[in-house]
Design a protein around this ligand. Sequence first.
Ligand SMILES: NC(=[NH2+])NCCC[C@H](N)C(=O)O
Ligand SMILES: [Mn+2]
Ligand SMILES: [Mn+2]
Length: 308
Amino acid sequence: MKTIHLIGAPTDIGASVRGAGLGPDALRVAGLPQALRDRQLQVIDSGNLAGPPNPWEPPRDGFRHLPEVIAWNRSIYTAVHDALTAGQLPVLLGGDHCLAIGSISAVARHCKAAGKQLRVLWFDAHADTNTAHITPSGNIHGMPVACLLGHGPEALTHLGGEVALQARELCQIGVRSVDAGERAFVKELGFEVFDMRYIDEFGMRAVMELALAGTDSNTHLHVSFDMDCMDPEIAPGVGTAVRGGPSYRETQLCMEMIADTGLLGSLDLVELNPALDVRNQTAELAVDLIESLFGKSTLMRRAPADGP
Ligand SMILES: NC(=[NH2+])NCCC[C@H](N)C(=O)O
Ligand SMILES: [Mn+2]
Ligand SMILES: [Mn+2]
């Protein structure tokens, strides 16, 4: 297994409430580096990136804090790209979800250069597909998917020199809150969305089989995990909680099925908000999930074909 490089991005620049900037340290306090080392993995923690403070201003031309969001994403792009070039597996510790623009742009650039097929699994209660024209809030953590697919300000859509993603490379899991204008845009863009209704009807195992279909040894899997994907009863430490999310076991199954592929190449862990958490339980939950994502299992790993 590659060396895991933890990159902290302590900012809530794109969020609707303050506090996600405390996320990277809450994950460290919950024991993330040691938990990975206990799994015999090599871990580098290069600490937290620096970036502009949050000016906490109202939207301008449909965006809140656009210059600051660009600055943060540029430094994330560089850090994640450097880690991938060094052969490491970057783990972005957010921070709010606007940071996925920099992280996934770097991953996409790396995959193109290496001739790898990219698959992005986006775990979220939200579709994060707003633009300046349809956003109800101006918060850029509600826009990263649109930016990554080429819809947004040039400085964010072309961080890596070209548009990062095509719709077929992306699939969302756990979605249950989509804004009015956003709904039509998600349909127009045409990426796959396994919303909660779909998960309820077909079950998480079927969803993950579809989400991973078509991957092979040449696939780089990127997981962008928004902690508000999970049900707020178990993950209260998030700024934009939406009830009715996946359970602990359903989410663990996702992580275990991804681990079984052996294809994980990079990870964003975002939207953890320690200011709203209860005794760091949401950070501890995140550590549990990441351990499973890196192969921790109850008894043994099971290849899908060995199942009942
Ligand atoms: N990454 C997130 N938590 N995004 C929440 C977005 C909420 C809402 N859709 C908005 O655009 O304002
Ligand atoms: Mn969300
Ligand atoms: Mn999100």
